[in-house]
Design a protein around this ligand. Structure first.
Ligand code: ATP
Length: 240
């Protein structure tokens, strides 16, 4: 579904991505793990057209992607950005409908809204509430719901568990699996490597803008170097 070839992205003199290649197949959950500043968010922002690569290309379902975020949403890629970025002064309902801004298929939009409410009943309860007054966990649900309202096939998620209490982190990862069960494909950026590797099929490890390891999530999880660097000292099999 998605092929990224030799992507290079810089911010002025800072080389954030140095020739990154990766693949995402339909129906997979693929995770990109890595430390702060490894280039994970840059990768997602380059895919969605917010950043211009100096070199390399991104192909989605046979289309070469350029620097036009709206066109990229229309092709079927949606983005749940780091930090949620909900519209604080708008209601939950308006935030969700903004996700569907480019759509014209009203009947399917209504069906998708119902699916979002099944996934996130709390959003239905708070439909008229201003998004800025929601808890952090609820805002994360709203950001995910808004992305689902685009009806994209590929969902890019940037640090969905960041700043959430442990119980909510568990819920967020459960929901990621449920979103895949709805037929979506997911590219997940996470600093919580343990949880990300538990839900993912495959993983890429980014270090200083380069892929240093890739493979089945279970193999990455049991790799001693990865365990030492990203998963702490506890047993992976038993859950860290
Ligand atoms: P984090 O989890 O901390 O967001 P990350 O893996 O997502 O880390 P990026 O945010 O992609 O990493 O950053 C990669 C590199 O690019 C870092 O060195 C970072 O300082 C730099 N960088 C990111 N955004 C900018 C920017 N807007 N201007 C300048 N440098 C930036």
């Amino acid at each position: 579904m998605l092929s990224v070839h030799e992507l290079h992205v810089s911010y002025g003199g800072i080389k954030a991505l140095r020739g990154v290649s990766m693949e995402v197949n339909q129906g997979e959950i693929v995770t990109i793990i890595g430390a702060n500043g490894a280039g994970k968010s840059t990768m997602l922002n380059a895919i969605t057209g917010f950043l211009k690569p100096a070199k390399g290309e991104v192909i989605f379902n046979g289309h070469k992607l350029g620097r036009n975020p709206a066109a990229i949403v229309k092709l079927g890629i949606c983005h749940v950005p780091e930090g949620r970025l909900v519209f604080a002064n708008l209601s939950v309902q308006d935030n969700l409908m903004l996700g569907a801004y480019l759509r014209k298929d009203r009947k399917k939009m209504a069906e998708d809204l119902e699916k979002v409410f099944v996934l996130f009943p709390r959003l239905k309860e708070r439909i008229k509430q201003q998004a800025g007054t929601l808890s952090g966990g609820e805002q994360q649900m709203l950001a995910m719901g808004r992305a689902l309202m685009t009806d994209g096939e590929l969902v890019l998620m940037d640090e969905p568990s960041l700043g959430l209490a442990p119980l909510l982190v568990k819920t967020v990862f459960q929901i990621i699996k449920e979103i895949r069960d709805l037929g979506k494909t997911i590219l997940l950026v996470e600093q919580n490597a343990q949880k990300a590797l538990e839900v993912a099929d495959r993983a890429y490890v980014l270090e200083q803008g380069r892929v240093v390891k890739e493979g089945a999530a279970c193999d990455i999880q049991s790799d001693p170097a990865i365990r030492a660097a990203y998963l702490g000292s506890k047993s992976v099999a038993g859950g860290a």
